[in-house]
Ligand binder design. Structure first.
Ligand code: ADP
Ligand code: ADP
Ligand code: ZN
Length: 214
């Protein structure tokens, strides 16, 4: 299975990706996680990406495209993959098509998760992330069993710097301007599946699996 989870910051892409990879036995490829890891390790990529991420802006296309090109050629992607947070621009989507075409592959499903801005702001301001495994929690909507400790790996939970209200607003604006055009792009390719993103986490998983298993 080769799928893209598309949608605004906070719509639930990471939460759902972590569930779907267990069912379909494919890797989750999250550019945001890869970039945060590079920042933590202070690699040249991390140093370059950080100033954009802190402002809620997109990291330049050529940087993320290079990450993805390398990642898709790794052996664990042979059975498929779930892209989470990539592509975010038309240029990224076109580069993805070219890379996959060179491997004789294409994307089968673009699952577009729809949530309105008021709900996104509530989700992002309450979000906590596991420092060790990247799992998402929410202080009210999806709390861990033990305060500030990851259920899956016992890692420490933290609040991302860009999950503060002013940065959230710029990320939502960047989504509308640069990423939302992908909805029309993939509708044109007849692989776009809109999914209502409000409801329990389990309900949304059921909707996603309904499309994939149809
Ligand atoms: P969220 O889960 O809130 O949507 P991500 O973890 O996917 O956030 O991304 C965090 C930040 O990393 C983005 O605001 C952006 O700066 C950068 N980033 C992640 N993926 C991409 C991408 N495909 N293109 C450009 N920048 C990206
Ligand atoms: P994304 O990867 O799209 O930025 P996340 O998966 O990190 O989004 O989810 C954003 C926040 O919303 C997290 O705090 C998560 O626990 C919470 N969340 C995810 N799905 C739901 C849902 N169906 N209802 C309420 N909150 C949710
Ligand atoms: Zn964890």
């Amino acid at each position: 299975m080769r799928a893209i989870l598309l949608g605004p910051p906070g719509c639930g892409k990471g939460t759902q990706a972590k569930i779907l990879i267990d069912t379909y036995r494919v890797p989750q490829i999250a550019t945001g996680d890869i970039l945060r890891e590079a920042i933590a390790q202070e690699t040249p990529l991390g140093v370059e990406a950080q100033s954009y991420m802190d402002k809620g802006l997109l990291v330049p296309d050529q940087l993320v495209i290079k990450i993805i090109e390398g990642r898709l050629k790794q052996a664990d992607c042979e059975s498929g993959f779930i892209l989470d947070g990539f592509p975010r621009t038309i240029a990224q989507a076109e580069a993805l098509d070219t890379t996959l075409a060179g491997m004789g592959l294409k994307i089968e499903y673009v699952l577009s998760i729809e949530v309105d801005d008021a709900e996104l702001i509530k989700r992002l301001t309450g979000r906590r992330i596991c420092r060790a495994c990247g799992e998402s929690y929410h202080m009210a909507f999806n709390p861990p069993h033990k305060k500030d400790i990851c259920d899956s790996c016992q890692g420490e939970l933290y609040q991302r710097d860009d999950d503060k209200e002013t940065t959230i607003r710029s990320r939502l604006k960047v989504y509308e301007e640069q990423t939302a055009p992908l909805i029309a792009f993939y509708t044109g390719k007849k692989i776009l599946y809109p999914i209502k993103g409000v409801g329990s986490i389990e309900e949304i998983t059921t909707r996603l699996k309904g499309v994939i298993n149809a």
